[in-house]
Design a protein around this ligand. Structure first.
Ligand code: GLV
Ligand code: MN
Ligand code: MN
Length: 409
């Protein structure tokens, strides 16, 4: 279904610029950790934009913000979305592009004076990053019924602040039940956040699915002691154990195909120069395009830890922070994304997503697909994260075309 609908590129870029001023960092990125004051300011700005478009704006009990454009018929909606929270060293476009792209799709329909057959909506999901509360994709996970509202509200950040009380504090504990808007299809525009598209000559990505994710928190307990007087052989040092585990996980990536590993949190207690630490809390982010090798990597880590614990007399306990299987997207919607790119004469290639996205959760509910645009230098979760203006506008036009097609099919 070819249309003459077009995104207003200037307005897309100026809305992105406006959001990026909220929580802007001196390095040129954004820091809007979920449910902080900066996130609240971003949310308030977004709600203002949605209301100015005349959308029906609702907030659910997990803080997901929903803007609905009524279609000609009742029934499930075509939903677009992403997130506006960021990691600590966030860039300007991770998540923001998908939300604002969705806003611009609805704005373009308003401008053109057309009404889709089905309802269409844009959602900004709460705490996609998992940088403050766990798991990542929490808002869409709750929306999709994977986690109860109560369990999500009970999540605590590393300072002990509760997600539920933070939602109330910033005024985003809404009245709607998550998932209140039935979904006919879900589409998400996002920056690639990696180097593949750019290194293969540019063009867009039609995302075929998202790789499997396992986030573990390990608490290692040894014995605090004096760093100057305790001979090395008498120490029970969880800091050293944490280093060994980090290296072991890294080595696994050389033997298990597709395996990735990161230890992004390593906190020692008491954290004094001259004390062999008592406790270390560390995280492991393990990912693989396939479930079986990821399970193999996790089992190897657990076995290594059991042996290390016995040998060095360090107690090691595990807690799951996130665990999501590999998620394939819907063939008909992937093909529709490709057809939409072709409509604009844009090159597009199929690819898997290395990052987690709200689309991974929404695919539990309805046919789902994503559009990727190239990331310059492949950088993301970095203030220098960048994509070209042309690619952002192109990606939003592909989102518009694919969403319009789904809303009228
Ligand atoms: C989300 O940004 C992720 O960690 O993949
Ligand atoms: Mn993102
Ligand atoms: Mn991210």
């Amino acid at each position: 279904m070819s249309t003459n609908l077009r995104i207003d590129g200037e307005r897309l870029l100026s809305r992105l610029a406006a959001l990026s001023r909220i929580g802007a960092t001196p390095e040129g990125g954004c820091r809007r950790l979920a449910l902080t004051d900066e996130d609240k300011q971003g949310r308030d700005w977004l709600v203002g934009e949605l209301k100015a478009l005349g959308l029906d704006v609702r907030v659910d009990a997990i803080g997901n913000i929903v803007g609905i454009l009524k279609g000609q018929e009742d029934g499930p909606a075509v939903i677009m979305g992403s997130h506006i929270d960021t990691v600590g060293t966030g860039g300007r476009f991770d998540g923001a592009l998908g939300v604002i792209g969705g806003v611009e799709v609805l704005a373009a329909l308003r401008d053109a004076g057309v009404t889709p057959k089905r309802d269409m909506a844009v959602i900004a999901f709460t705490n996609e990053e998992g940088a403050r509360f766990h798991p990542d994709m929490l808002g869409s996970y709750v929306w999709a019924g994977g986690m109860s509202v109560e369990a999500a509200h009970a999540e605590k950040d590393s300072d002990g602040a509760g997600l539920g009380s933070e939602l109330k504090r910033i005024g985003y504990h809404g009245a709607e039940q998550p998932g209140f808007l039935p979904a006919h299809a879900y589409l998400e525009l996002h920056i690639e956040q990696g180097p593949v598209l750019e290194s293969e000559g540019g063009g867009l990505g039609a995302v075929t699915g998202i790789q499997a994710i396992c986030w573990l928190e390990l608490t290692l307990t040894g014995r605090p002691s004096h760093a100057g007087t305790t001979p090395m052989r008498y120490r029970k040092d969880p800091g050293l154990a944490a280093a060994r585990i980090n290296i072991f996980a890294n080595e696994l990536t050389k033997t298990i195909p597709g395996q990735l590993a990161n230890s992004g949190v390593i906190r020692t207690w008491p954290g004094n120069v001259n004390v062999v630490p008592e406790t270390v809390v560390m995280t492991l982010d393990l990912r693989n395009p396939l479930d079986a090798p990821l399970a193999e990597a996790e089992a190897a880590v657990r076995k290594f830890c059991a042996e290390l614990s016995a040998r060095d007399d360090i107690s090691i306990s595990f807690r799951d922070l996130a665990r999501f299987p590999a998620t394939p997207f819907a063939e008909e919607l992937i093909a529709s994304v490709e057809a939409s790119a072709a409509e604009f004469g844009l090159p597009i290639r199929r690819m898997i997503s290395g990052a987690g996205h709200d689309a991974q959760m929404m695919s539990r509910l309805c046919p789902t697909a994503m559009v990727f645009i190239p990331s310059i230098g492949g950088l993301s979760h970095n203030p220098a994260e960048l994509s070209s203006d042309d690619d952002m506008v192109a990606g939003a036009n592909v989102l518009l075309s694919a969403a319009w097609r789904a809303a009228n099919a």
